[in-house]
Ligand binder design. Structure first.
Ligand code: THU
Length: 144
């Protein structure tokens, strides 16, 4: 699954995601997630999960990053890094985005080109395209 996304860029994105994860508001699941979105103009926009006492109102880290980006008038993205795990524990697993986040990303990217970096650390990660994670997807072109 690993491919040509520059390893320096991956490391920078993962570092930003790890920093964002520290801000996660996850008092219910205690599962803290950080995400870092790389824009085509080389900006990094981060997000964390934000939970709510009314559980369905929780927002994932990936969507927080995308919605922040749109608010900043950034709509072209190359990659996203995701780090996640229980609070006060080291990160044990590679976490891939949930179905809703995959669909939200799909709105703005070419699924064949966009990279999803699922990381345990800056040196231990997997890369997949959005097309691999969300095949045969429905997107803006379907409504054109
Ligand atoms: N979560 C994310 O932020 N991103 C994912 O990719 C998976 C799940 C959050 C939502 C919720 O706050 C917690 O993790 C447990 O599901």
């Amino acid at each position: 699954m690993k491919d040509s996304l520059d390893s320096g860029k991956c490391k920078s994105l993962i570092f930003a995601a790890l920093e964002a994860r520290k801000k996660a508001y996850a008092p219910y699941s205690k599962f803290k997630v950080g995400a870092a979105l790389l824009t085509s103009d080389e900006n990094i926009i981060t997000g964390c999960n934000v939970e709510n006492a009314s559980y369905p109102a929780c927002n994932c880290a990936e969507r927080t990053a995308v919605f922040k980006a749109i608010t900043m008038d950034k709509k072209n993205f190359e990659a996203i890094a995701i780090v996640a795990g229980k609070e006060n524990e080291c990160i044990k697993d590679y976490t891939s985005p949930c179905g809703v986040c995959r669909q939200v990303l799909r709105e703005f990217v070419d699924p064949v080109k966009f990279k999803v970096i699922m990381a345990k650390s800056e040196d231990d990660y997997k890369v997949a395209t959005l097309e691999e994670l969300l095949p045969l997807s429905f997107g803006p072109d379907n409504l054109a």
